[in-house]
Each structure stands twice: as C-alpha cells, then as structure tokens.
Design a protein around this ligand. Structure first.
Ligand code: AMP
Ligand code: MG
Length: 289
C-alpha cells in the first residue's frame, strides 16, 4: 500500500516548525501570548483545520504503532511544559485525543513522591519514556527540575546549574536511540492566567483544577520568566529544539502542536510494514478453511 500522501500545510504563511522554533534571540518577556505566529486564518478556520489535521495525526500515529509492532524501535515524545492554566490538559484532550489511546504512553509529573525523592531527578523520567512505536506525552517533565526547583531554591544552584547540560546529554542519548523529541514551551500572559483561574473559581466543573498554590506562584512570575528564559537559552539544541507556543488562544496552540507532531512523524518517513507471512499461502488457507 502507498504511503500516506504528504500534504502541504495549508493556511500557514510560515511552516509551524519554523515559525515557532526558539532562536538565540527569543525573549520570554517579549512573547506575544495572544499571537498566532505563522498562521494566516482565524478561529473558525483554525478549529476546522484542527479536526482535519487531527485525522492526519491519527493516521500517522497508526503507522508509527504498526511499525513498532513490527520491530521498528523508533518513538516520538511530546514534552509539554508551561505555567498552570497554559492548557496542557486541553492539549491532551484536543490534540492527543485524536489518536488511538493504545498508541499513547502518557505521563504527568507533579511534586516528587517520597520514592522519587530518593532517586536522581531523571529516574522517574527514564521510567516513563515511550516504548517503541509509541507516542509519548509528558505533561510537565524533567524541566520542572530547572524551573520550579530553581525559582524556589528547592536545591542549591550548584545542584540545578549542571542540570541544563545533563538534560542536553540525556536528550541526545534518547534521540540517538530513536526517539524524536518534540519540546513545546507553552506561554500565557499573567492576565490570561488570572481570567482562567477566575473561571476555575466560578465553575463547579472546574474547581477540581484549582490549586490555591497557583495564586501564590503568580507572585513569582518574573522569576519563572527568568527560569523559562534560561531553559530556552540552554536546552534548545539541534537534536531537541524548543518550540515557543503562544497559548492565550487555545484554538491556535492546539493546531500548532498538532502540526508539530505531524511534522515529526512525517520526518520518520514511515510506510506500512510488509507482511511477515506468504500472502498467497494465507489466502489459499483461508479459502479452504
Ligand atoms: P499540576 O500539573 O497542575 O498537577 O501541578 C503539578 C505541580 O507539581 C506543579 O506545581 C509543579 O510545579 C510541581 N512539580 C512538578 N515537578 C516538580 C519537581 N521536580 N519539584 C517540585 N515540584 C514539582
Ligand atoms: Mg495545576
């Protein structure tokens, strides 16, 4: 069977991988969080495209899964990193929700448990890496160990400082072993976060998302911006670059991440795995059965 035809990315003036890729000039303080970099359409078009492109994502993920079942050792890992209310949960429902759940290895990382604290910070990360042929999704990640940990001095600078290089080395090994890493840094404005938190306090269906600590963290916004800047400056590498995704408009951020995943999967250049049995023999056996 022919490979899935590669379609051009419609309605983007600049391909999302290019428009969103972090550069040495990226300044966290200057990110236009309401922006829609590279995209030429409006919300209605964006929402329609999300459905269309979600179907494409799903087809590509099935190819990855099929190949994994046939011995291919590659995988794709989406790393979602962003402040509370940036929309990480929505990314799971509305982007990853398009694909077959059995092909997804999902993990979320909160405050380390007692057991996790007894190990190196990468221990829980290594345990959660995607299996061959899987689409891995990290809701927060090892980057918390240079973000919240740095902002609150949970360990001294002598400990968090070397982590940038450790993470680069860790990710390089991962890429060399066949995992494509798609790193997405999600940015909302302080005002947008306020209105999203307000909604969590207004709506009974959103209370469960509210955590009083989220308001405390707002007081550390400049420190978080500094930590996010250092993360982009020091861990956006050739093998695992960061993508900076403005998230005030949810329809945009979801479409953008869908495109980033499609691009990563297309670059694997997957085809349907060949039959590992004699097709004619099996057809004859079936006819006689
Ligand atoms: P949520 O994703 O909303 O469930 O929140 C998870 C919380 O865990 C966030 O406040 C994170 O900052 C926090 N967290 C994640 N990883 C770490 C870590 N390594 N050390 C301390 N706090 C963390
Ligand atoms: Mg939260």
């Amino acid at each position: 069977m022919a490979k899935l035809p590669k379609k051009p990315v419609d309605n983007w003036e600049i391909p999302p991988v290019e428009a969103l890729r972090a550069t040495p000039d990226t300044r966290v303080a200057d990110i236009v969080t309401k922006g829609t970099p590279g995209f030429a359409g409006d919300k209605a078009l964006g929402e329609r495209l999300l459905e269309e492109r979600g179907a494409r994502l799903s087809a590509l993920q099935e190819l990855l899964y099929a190949n994994g079942r046939s011995g291919d050792t590659r995988s794709v890992l989406l790393v979602l990193q962003g402040m509370d209310t940036a929309g990480k949960g929505g990314m799971l429902r509305h982007v990853i929700g398009h694909v077959d759940p059995q092909g997804v290895d999902h993990a979320s990382f909160g405050v380390p448990t007692a057991e996790e604290k007894r190990h190196d910070y990468l221990w829980r990360i290594r345990k959660a890496l995607p299996r061959n042929g899987q689409l891995g999704v990290f809701d927060r990640s090892h980057y918390e160990d240079v973000l919240v940990v740095r902002v609150h001095n949970l360990v001294p600078p002598e400990v968090w400082e070397p982590r940038y290089e450790e993470i680069n080395t860790f990710e390089r090994e991962l890429v060399e072993s066949g995992t494509t890493i798609v790193k997405v840094a999600m940015f909302v404005s302080l005002d947008e976060q306020k209105s999203r938190l307000a909604e969590r306090l207004e709506r009974p269906d959103k209370y469960w998302k509210f955590n009083p600590g989220d308001i405390t963290e707002r007081g550390f916004w400049p420190e978080y911006q500094k930590a996010y800047q250092a993360m982009l400056d020091r861990t956006s590498t050739e093998h695992a670059p960061w993508h900076v995704v403005p998230c005030d408009r949810k329809w945009y951020s979801r479409l953008a991440v869908t495109e980033l995943l499609i691009d990563a999967l297309e670059k694997l250049d997957l085809d349907w795995p060949p039959a590992d049995f004699d097709i004619d023999v099996e057809k004859a056996r079936l006819a006689e059965s």
